[in-house]
Design a protein around this ligand. Structure first.
Ligand code: HEM
Length: 482
């Protein structure tokens, strides 16, 4: 009997596609700040594999967590970050481990990983504690003076202080300097990367608008500031050559690597990675905390449970005073996982396929652009019953035995969602980020009552490289105050 022929593969151009205009394709239907929502809407209409067209090119979209998981694991050989991201990161001076590929990525990744191990984060805990103490004090003082703290702004400043202290060994105290230019510049960098990744024409190569000229100045300012940190690292290394064997922070490690003969590591690599760490570590952690506070302030039951946990673990202390306390805050981490399931900071990722391959039943040639919708399973009732409901308990009920004192313990159930990516490029900062979230959230629920000042449904998702809430009217009151 003749063997059945395998089903014929589809080509990208055979995939369903939303109707568009002859030359522009679907470009006019895409607004940068709603890019993820538009692609998710099309996925509901056209299925897990579809395409859209941008100026004559078909771009494939994948809304299937299994296929995405496979793809993400095939890096760096089979899949690269999108060309647009790489070009944009390069022109904005942020060309580091996030946008590097191949051997260059491998070298940089090793250095970054070393600085973010659980051991390194544990050593760093006293600094994190001091910085969280400053946040607590700032918010208490504001409330005592009758002012509402600027929660979203302060969380970003706090996260920036933490990432700069860990990476550069510097206490910038952005939190208490009310208008730090670095914070504004990093925000502008985010806006510019988000904008330039989505615009169909790279017009700024020919004509610079005021915003592009401001971006050039921003790159100059950030580079100058980072060069200052590098000079400080060099002075420390000169004063204490033993540091070359055991660098005390990531920047020192990068400077040492730069100085090794044949390392292939350049001054630009050091600067690019320093900038990368600030933008990868600040906005992501602060935005995740922002979404978590959005959910907690609109779900009093969950806040009560988080508070009961914080009371039990922290005792009479206003915040975690020892690293091992963080291990007991599992409900809080479950709440964070739930916030990241519904509102991940990276709901969308763009890639370039590096070798001919088959994705599902589609033959995809090398060089193709693909987008992955990262919360496909997270918002699917088949994977998470009543998926729109914020319910931290779902991360705890299934496998209580796993929820020991390991801060990463709750992640085992998270294989269907990718809040930190997956595969060899899984976020190297996730252990630090989860510790930051446990630290800040326990301090907040221990000391403050939360309420939400607006209709929760008025908060929109705004995509600007990461997905931010349009506004965050979380109101704080001192706990126990009448
Ligand atoms: C809640 C906070 C955070 C979230 C949700 C987050 C999320 C992500 C995601 C989705 C990726 C892409 C992973 C992939 O391609 O598979 C990533 C990569 C990365 N993250 Fe994070 N991140 C967070 C915090 C941090 C922190 C605190 C740092 C460092 C201080 C950091 C440093 C990085 C770096 C360097 C990469 C690039 C890794 C590579 O390409 O090899 N992240 N992160």
């Amino acid at each position: 009997m003749a063997a059945t022929a395998p089903p014929a593969l589809r080509r990208i151009d055979d995939l369903p596609c939303p109707p568009g205009l002859p030359l522009l394709g679907n470009a006019r239907q895409i607004t940068p700040s709603r890019f993820h929502a538009t692609l998710e809407g099309w996925a509901r209409q056209y299925g897990p594999l579809y395409r859209f067209r941008m100026l004559g090119e078909s771009v494939m979209v994948i809304n299937d967590h299994r296929l995405l998981g496979e793809l993400l694991r095939d890096r760096p050989e089979g899949l690269a970050r999108s060309r647009t991201l790489r070009l944009t990161a390069d022109e904005l001076g942020a060309n580091g481990v996030f946008s590097a590929e191949g051997e260059r990525w491998r070298n940089q990744r090793k250095l970054v990983m070393r600085a973010l191990t659980p051991e390194a984060v544990r050593h760093f805990f006293p600094t994190m504690e001091r910085m969280t103490g400053r946040l607590l004090q700032r918010w208490q003082e504001a409330l005592d003076a009758g002012r509402q703290p600027l929660v979203a702004r302060d969380l970003k400043a706090w996260a920036m202080d933490i990432v700069m202290a860990l990476s550069f060994g510097a206490d910038s105290n952005v939190l208490q300097s009310d208008d730090d230019p670095l914070q504004r510049d990093v925000e502008l960098m985010f806006t510019m990367i988000g904008r330039r990744m989505v615009l169909p024409v790279r017009y700024w190569n020919w004509l610079k608008l005021p915003i592009d000229r401001e971006a050039d100045r921003m790159v100059g300012r950030i580079t100058e500031r980072v060069q200052g940190f590098i000079a400080q690292s060099r002075s420390r290394l000169a004063a204490n050559p033993a540091l070359r064997e055991r660098p005390s922070n990531m920047l020192e490690a990068m400077v040492v690597a730069r100085d090794e003969a044949g390392s292939g590591f350049t001054d630009e690599d050091v600067i690019g990675n320093a900038i990368t760490l600030v933008f990868a570590g600040e906005d992501t952690a602060a935005t995740t905390l922002g979404w978590l506070l959005y959910f907690l302030s609109t779900h009093p039951d969950a806040t009560a449970q988080a508070r009961a946990e914080a009371d039990a673990v922290l005792g009479s202390a206003p915040m975690a005073e020892r690293f091992d306390r963080l291990g007991g805050l599992n409900y809080i981490e479950a709440a964070a996982m739930e916030a990241m399931r519904i509102k991940p900071v990276a709901p969308l990722a763009g890639f370039e396929v590096l070798r001919d391959r088959v994705i599902g039943d589609v033959s995809v040639p090398a060089g193709s652009r693909v987008f992955g919708l990262m919360r496909s399973a997270g918002l699917d009732d088949a994977h998470f019953p009543d998926a729109q409901r914020f319910d931290p308990q779902r991360w705890l009920a299934s496998s209580p035995a796993e929820h020991t004192s390991r801060p990463e313990g709750l992640e085992s159930q998270g294989r269907k969602i990718f809040p930190f990516g997956a595969g060899p490029r899984l976020c190297p900062g996730r252990y630090l980020a989860l510790c930051e979230i446990r630290m800040a959230t326990s301090m907040i629920v221990k000391n403050f009552e939360l309420s939400f000042e607006d209709d929760p449904s008025s908060v929109e998702e705004i995509f600007a490289l990461t997905m931010n809430p349009s506004h965050l009217p979380v109101r704080l009151a001192r706990r126990g105050a009448a």
